[in-house]
Design a protein around this ligand. Structure first.
Ligand code: PFF
Ligand code: NA
Length: 456
């Protein structure tokens, strides 16, 4: 284990504060905001779910984001070595490095289904651009998506393309890969998002969508909906999985973790709410079902775009935007593993990409098959894809986040966390209280109610 204070070379760091905000927002804003958030909000009754989700972001997500970035920046290495170095610095058990290992593993599992869904988005770019949706009946558009899912070769092909694009960028390294891509893609992504909200506002039921998303009806929120909202708060901010930790390890010491974290959380939340306001007006305007499940945006939106003026153009734009968002998040899911393989195992970046990518590709077949030939290989009623999603978002990310909260609050010295956060005393005190008590207690309570030990 090298000395945490040794630090990374400047070439291994983000070049500016803005660069960090863009890569980290790239990691955060992804399928979670545009694909997952609308459909799980739709399935869980809208407003009440959105409110719990927003509360989870503010009370748990934001301070945890600071904690994770802080560990990375002080550790100055991949998540496994950073945890080991900081445990050593604090005179604590070396077992803490397992939190880093858990993060690497979580990113790996997540990416294996993330590339498949991102592949749907990529496939829908040429499909939408072809103008075919203007010619099909709504039922046929639904059948089109089903047919897409039913062909494993098609899913493997598009998923592989996503993985190759991801590795092509990540393989170039921190500055010329990750940072350059985010500089180019993130402004584009927000521009597209705003254009699409404008389009939805002009053509749809904006007020009805706003009411659906923001007026809470708590009778529609179940106990499992609360775990879902919590898990999604972690998923959407990319916390608990080592992604923000490894990005934090590339952060120069001069940049404020508190201020950049706030900005990142705001950008991610804005993206989710904008995505909702781009999607639900169209869903309602065409009498479609908000609880449409994972296929929501792949079925309802093409139906709507097929009937609207300029629908082909805006529909294509939508799937370009979705693909861009997915790609910049995919980078962050594999970077913990790449950093670990290069720094701990001494591999070249290329070799690490090939090895990590190969493993993810193999595992992605499980998700691919869960939509076709393996649709009835189920565990507790969940397909492989559903089980993986539930395991990672519902359990592994919150568990990783819980460990990071305990580590920064109870193991690291308050002088050290204060040094990294560099905030005012009052802010530091609130942050430490949250990490020590409220955050661990809330995560534990939600775990216990999810397994049925307690009833909320
Ligand atoms: N935050 C990403 C999204 O909302 O799509 C997904 C994600 C990326 C989760 C990186 C976890 C992670 F470590
Ligand atoms: Na997100």
């Amino acid at each position: 284990i090298s000395n945490p204070s040794a630090g990374r070379m400047p070439a291994q760091q983000w070049s500016t504060r803005l660069a960090f905000v863009l890569v980290a927002a790239g990691a955060a804003v992804g399928l979670g905001n545009i694909w997952k958030f609308p459909y799980i909000a739709g399935e869980n009754g809208g407003g009440a779910f959105v409110l719990v989700y927003l509360a989870c972001i503010a009370v748990l997500g934001l301070p945890l984001l600071m904690a994770e970035v802080l560990i990375g920046r002080r550790g100055q290495q991949n998540p496994v070595n950073s945890m080991a170095a900081l445990a050593q610095e604090a005179g604590a058990s070396p077992l803490w490095k397992n939190v880093g290992r858990l993060g690497v593993l979580t990113g790996f599992l997540l990416l294996s289904f993330y590339v498949v869904v991102a592949g749907w988005a990529l496939a829908y770019i040429p499909l939408t651009a072809s103008g075919v949706f203007a010619q099909l009946q709504p039922a046929e558009i639904g059948q089109q998506f089903d047919a897409h899912l039913h062909n494993p070769w098609v899913l493997i092909g598009w998923g592989t393309l996503v993985l190759v694009l991801t590795l092509g960028i990540v393989g170039r390294g921190v500055r010329s890969g990750l940072e350059k891509a985010a500089n180019l893609l993130m402004p584009l992504l927000f521009l597209f998002l705003v254009i699409l909200v404008g389009f939805a506002a002009s053509s749809g039921h904006f007020a009805q969508a706003a009411a659906f998303m923001f007026s809470p009806d708590f009778s529609k929120l179940s106990a499992s909906g609360i775990l879902l909202a919590l898990g999604h708060a972690f998923f959407t901010l990319s916390i608990g999985g080592g992604a923000m930790m490894v990005y934090g390890s590339y952060l120069p010491k001069s940049v404020s973790i508190v201020r950049t974290s706030i900005l990142i959380a705001i950008l991610d939340t804005a993206a989710a709410l904008l995505a909702g306001m781009a999607i639900f007006p169209i869903v309602f305007a065409h009498g479609l079902e908000p609880a449409g499940g994972p296929g929501l945006i792949f079925v309802t939106l093409p139906i709507a775009f097929g009937q609207m003026p300029f629908g082909t153009l805006f529909g294509t734009l939508f799937f370009v935007m979705l693909s861009v968002a997915a790609l910049t998040s995919a980078f962050s899911l594999i970077e913990p593993a790449i950093a670990w393989l290069t720094e701990k195992r001494g591999m070249s970046r290329l070799k690490a990409c090939l090895l990590g990518g190969g493993g993810i590709w193999l595992l992605s077949l499980g998700t691919v098959f869960s939509f076709n030939i393996g649709a009835d290989w189920t565990l507790a009623g969940k397909t492989f894809f559903e089980a993986l999603d539930y395991l990672t978002s519902g359990w592994m990310l919150p568990l990783g986040a819980l460990c990071m909260a305990l580590f920064t609050a109870w193991v690291m010295k308050p002088e050290h966390t204060a040094e990294e956060l560099g905030a005012r005393k009052g802010v530091l005190r609130i942050w430490l209280r949250l990490m020590r008590y409220l955050v661990p207690v809330i995560i534990l309570v939600i775990f216990l109610q999810a397994v049925g030990v307690i009833a909320l």
